[in-house]
Design a protein. Structure first.
Length: 272
């Protein structure tokens, strides 16, 4: 083949490749534009809003034992140093927080070891608020769980089963702990028989809008000792259960990742 023929052949190939890339770029832009229209929304299909399930935590937030759950010392002030910084001391089990299996077992997993897949959960809300308004010591029973199942179907694998007792509305004062003259708290929790029933399901966690998975007057912490050593975790002092449906919401648990922690504050929200 002559030199001029070779040069012309190369030019044709270059033009062909250039046109190909122009066409590909245009197609990519078009696909991007289409993708912008068809892209999956920021919230998963079926969820249109976000509900905060976390109480504001401060030195005044009620605790199981009655002592302040946190303290803080200001080490640097903006007026003097150009920035603010606090040294904070907190209990692992104060405010809206997690109970890890390690909390009630010798060798259970700590909060940082909870599989992240278990921190995003179908939310099942068991409503006992009407009963709790009349009886502070009432508990979630197997009958309550069965009523939820009859109305909503089986409890999904990985679910968080939450007790809605209406107690979250009391969190700003002494009624939340509701201590008697002997210092014993009175508020709802999970009955051990309901806990044992849930252990037969694939639920990964249980949650309460009170200070304890067990009812306040418990002396044996039966639910703690049954649930946590089984490798499941708990959430105490959850908020916002009156703003989510009995079924259909997705709970997102922003657990702390502190090595070896038996519990810890968490920012929790629900996609509804």
């Amino acid at each position: 083949m002559c030199d001029i023929c070779v040069m012309n052949s190369v030019k044709e190939r270059m033009l062909s490749r250039r046109n190909f890339f122009k066409g590909s770029a245009a197609a990519a832009v078009g696909a991007t534009a289409i993708g912008a229209v068809k892209a999956t929304p920021a919230l998963a299909d079926g969820h249109g809003s976000v509900v905060d399930m976390t109480h504001l935590f401060s030195e005044d937030f009620p605790t199981w034992g009655g002592d302040p759950g946190m303290s803080r010392e200001k080490l640097f002030d903006f007026a003097d140093a150009g920035f603010n910084l606090y040294n904070m001391t907190t209990s692992e089990h104060a405010g809206t927080h997690i109970d890890a299996p390690l909390h009630f077992s010798a060798d259970g997993i700590s909060v940082d070891e909870i599989p992240v897949s278990n921190l995003v959960a179908p939310l099942c809300v068991v409503d006992i608020a009407a009963r709790a308004a009349e009886d502070a010591d009432t508990m979630v029973t197997p009958d309550d769980l069965q009523a939820w199942i009859d109305a909503n179907g089986e409890i999904p694998d990985g679910a968080c089963v939450a007790m809605h007792s209406g107690w979250a509305s009391k969190a700003s004062g002494a009624e939340f702990r509701n201590a008697d003259g002997d210092g014993l708290g009175h508020y709802p929790g999970f009955h051990i028989e309901a806990t044992q029933m849930l252990l037969e399901t694939g639920a990964a966690s249980i949650a309460v809008d009170t200070l304890s998975l067990d009812h306040g007057a418990s002396q044996d912490f039966a639910t703690h000792y049954a649930w946590l050593p089984a490798g499941r975790y708990g959430i105490e002092c959850i908020a916002g259960l009156d703003q989510v449906p009995a079924a259909g919401a997705t709970l997102v648990v922003g657990a702390s990742k502190i090595a070896g922690s038996t519990g810890g504050q968490a920012r929790i929200f629900a996609m509804v």
